[in-house]
Design a protein around this ligand. Structure first.
Ligand SMILES: [Zn+2]
Ligand SMILES: [Zn+2]
Length: 217
């Protein structure tokens, strides 16, 4: 189907069905009741029902937290352009609060297990919950762009459109210094960094300053 002839509402409907398929493929979790509801009342109505302050988060949300894929959630989807324009600010704030709530759940888990957070390898960086929070990430990138703040590398320039928007987001404060109820400031606390520089920042389980790593280049 040619999606350019569909209304924004119809495209959201398709996107919400795509979420079901992506989550199923990536996690093995097939949210049948979610799909039934989207088909019965339409994506937009279903999303609005789920985003009432009194309704429960979509059942897959906790599952997505566990596998670090909150980016696949309905809550993350509606916060993105162009879909956010279909929702009221109250509905969007419900989505954001749910993401914050599950992110801080992860954080409190991770603080107690700080040693295991960062792999001491240049190939793999384990990203903390603030670095995964889709809305915080979006606002960080909106402010700083998608080039690495340490070495200037830009994935789209190097690899073309397939890599558009790809970058890690690094959280400047070490997790061990963050308390549970901490509220993130995406511009003050986060910086876009490439995965190589990110690995060096955390190499050996540390959180180095960007200036220190920059001085070694
Ligand atoms: Zn870099
Ligand atoms: Zn980091």
């Amino acid at each position: 189907m040619d999606s350019t002839h569909l209304s924004l509402e119809d495209r959201l409907h398709e996107e919400m069905i795509a979420i079901y398929q992506n989550v199923g493929r990536e996690t093995g979790y097939w949210a049948h009741r979610y799909l039934q509801r989207v088909r019965r009342v339409g994506g937009l109505q279903a999303a609005k029902d789920w985003l009432k302050p009194t309704s429960n988060p979509t059942s897959g949300l906790q599952r997505l937290v566990e596998i670090n894929r909150l980016d696949l959630s309905l809550e993350a989807l509606v916060l993105q352009q162009p879909w956010s324009s279909l929702f009221t600010s109250e509905e969007l704030s419900v989505a954001q609060k749910r993401l914050n709530a599950v992110s801080s759940f992860r954080l409190s888990e991770e603080v107690s297990d700080d040693q295991n957070l960062i792999e001491g390898s240049v190939c793999q960086v384990t990203i903390n919950s603030h670095e995964r929070n889709p809305e915080a990430r979006r606002r960080c990138i909106e402010h700083y762009g998608t080039s690495c703040c340490v070495c200037g590398f830009n994935f789209e320039e190097k690899f073309g459109s397939i890599a558009q928007g790809f970058i890690h987001v690094h959280h400047l404060k070490p997790l061990s210094e963050i308390r549970k109820e901490y509220e993130i400031d995406p511009v003050a606390d986060l910086r876009p960094v490439c995965p190589n520089c990110h690995a060096i920042i955390h190499l050996g389980g540390k959180t180095r300053t960007l200036e220190e790593v920059k001085s070694w280049l």
